[in-house]
Design a protein around this ligand. Structure first.
Ligand SMILES: [Zn+2]
Length: 108
């Protein structure tokens, strides 16, 4: 697994505030202090690119899509928001703070 080092790159970021804010791949809001890296094409399917997402958005994706569904969306260039549950989530989360995370989800 020689690729592992590259995946760790983002962890070594200094906690500086002056870098340009990234926006979340799913909901389009700026990301908060905690940024998750998501593979639009799952690693198990050969995907290498990662995109920044909120942890809560990551959970929503994981809860609503299987690996093959993610691949199908990526290949068709379709947004995940064509899933009604995800679309509703994106609308709902739109005016939440960047670091918002639903506490009720903690003990999955
Ligand atoms: Zn998000």
């Amino acid at each position: 697994m020689a690729r592992k080092d590259r995946d760790a790159d983002w962890i070594t970021n200094d906690a500086v505030d002056d870098k340009p804010a990234e926006t979340c791949w799913l909901c389009g809001r700026p990301v908060g202090k905690t940024v998750d890296r998501f593979h639009p094409i799952p690693k198990s399917r050969g995907g290498r690119d990662t995109v920044p997402v909120h942890p809560i958005c990551r959970e929503t994706i994981d809860a609503n899509f299987t690996a093959s569904e993610l691949v199908r969306h990526a290949e068709a260039g379709k947004a995940l928001t064509d899933n009604e549950t995800v679309a509703r989530f994106v609308k709902w989360v739109a005016n939440k703070p960047a670091d918002f995370h639903s506490a009720t989800k903690a003990g999955r």
